[in-house]
Design a protein around this ligand. Structure first.
Ligand SMILES: C[S@@+](CC[C@H](N)C(=O)[O-])C[C@H]1O[C@@H](n2cnc3c(N)ncnc32)[C@H](O)[C@@H]1O
Length: 329
């Protein structure tokens, strides 16, 4: 359980927005919920919206119809965001008859027209997934981070990562001989991969690597809590409100309460709402399994059976591709 003051004991999960609540989970349409949230009250809106892929929770419609619905909803977020607040929109591709529509490109003008400013387009890279036959296999999604104004919250220190070369020194100029890095670590950059590789490996179900990620539920498109944690820490302060409009099984809410932020979410599917409630309660009683933030990702050692070239491939082209090669000179 969190030992921070706001959540030092299990909190009630309100089912509607209440000014004194610390946790709200609304079962219903985001468009109904958002009208109940006061003006300029939310510090971070973070979500992975439906992608229009025909998943269990969505009807596939034309890209135009999908974007129009989304634009109408997004327009309602401007009012509830604090002036120094942010919106993070995590999307991949919409694919129709083999044609790829990169959703972030379509979403960008929607936010821009509302007056939001893009601060980063974060690449969320993962090592595994579906192997496509008529194009290169997709291995990343993006997170568009927009702010409402020029004066926005950005806390770099809590999300710094270890420097690669902490002992590096300036070799010329007035600081010659002095250490060039920051003892607190370096900026994690806009390409995030470490925290996803293991996640993808589990979905891919490599035998002997990991058949079950600790956080996996029945939801088909859950994102890792760790992905949200970095944004919560960088873009909000303690006790701020974090809102996931498409809350699914509550991953963003858990990332928020884990770091002593208030959390609210809306979700139309009652089954996911029940799982989200269970997960939040499990977080409070200390039984929720969460992959620790910053835990090093699994790297094949070459000794594992799955990372060795199988005997059947020794003669095949793939086998030759996998053999160690001489260094390029
Ligand atoms: C991509 S999933 C989000 C999963 C979430 N990030 C998690 O980790 O569990 C999108 C979710 O939005 C929900 N949804 C779709 N349209 C909605 C709407 N109009 N109002 C509320 N929820 C909606 C779906 O049921 C689905 O669970």
């Amino acid at each position: 359980m969190s030992n921070l003051p706001l959540f030092n004991q299990p909190k009630e999960i309100a089912s509607h927005f209440e000014p004194n609540a610390d946790l709200v989970l609304f079962h219903g349409d985001v468009n109904d919920f958002v009208t109940t949230i006061p003006d300029a009250s939310v510090q971070l809106i973070i979500t992975s919206p439906p992608y229009n892929l025909g998943k269990a929770y969505e009807d596939k419609v034309s890209i135009e119809a999908y974007l129009e619905t989304q634009a109408n909803t997004i327009a309602k977020f401007h009012r509830i965001l604090k002036p120094e607040g942010s919106i993070c929109w995590q999307v991949g591709n919409f694919v129709d008859k083999g044609e790829v529509f990169p959703l972030d490109i379509y979403y960008y003008p929607i936010f821009k027209e509302l007056g939001f400013s893009l601060r980063n387009r974060i690449i969320w890279h993962f090592g595994h997934g579906l192997h496509t036959k008529k194009r290169f296999s997709g291995r990343y999604e993006t997170i568009l981070w927009f702010t409402k104004s020029k004066e926005y919250t950005f806390n770099l220190d809590p999300v710094r990562v270890p420097s690669k070369y902490p002992g590096k020194r300036h070799y010329k100029g007035p600081n010659k001989g002095k250490l060039s890095g920051n003892p607190k670590g370096k900026n994690p950059s806009d390409v995030w991969q470490g925290l996803v590789q293991e996640w993808e490996e589990c979905l891919w179900e490599i035998p002997n690597v990991k058949s079950n990620h600790p956080e996996k539920t029945i939801h088909p498109c859950q994102y890792p809590i760790e992905l949200v944690e970095r944004l919560v820490l960088a873009l909000t302060d303690e006790k701020d409100w974090v809102f996931d409009p498409y809350a699914g099984v509550g991953s963003a809410l858990i990332a928020a309460i884990k770091h002593n932020r208030r959390a609210m979410g809306s979700e139309q599917d009652g089954v996911y709402i029940d799982i989200a409630r269970e997960r939040i309660n499990a977080f409070f009683d200390g039984t929720l399994r969460i992959r620790p933030m910053g835990k090093p990702v699994y790297q094949p050692t070459g000794r594992d059976k799955v990372s060795q070239i199988p005997p059947e491939w020794r003669q095949a082209t793939q086998g030759q591709l996998l053999e160690p090669r001489e260094e390029y000179k």
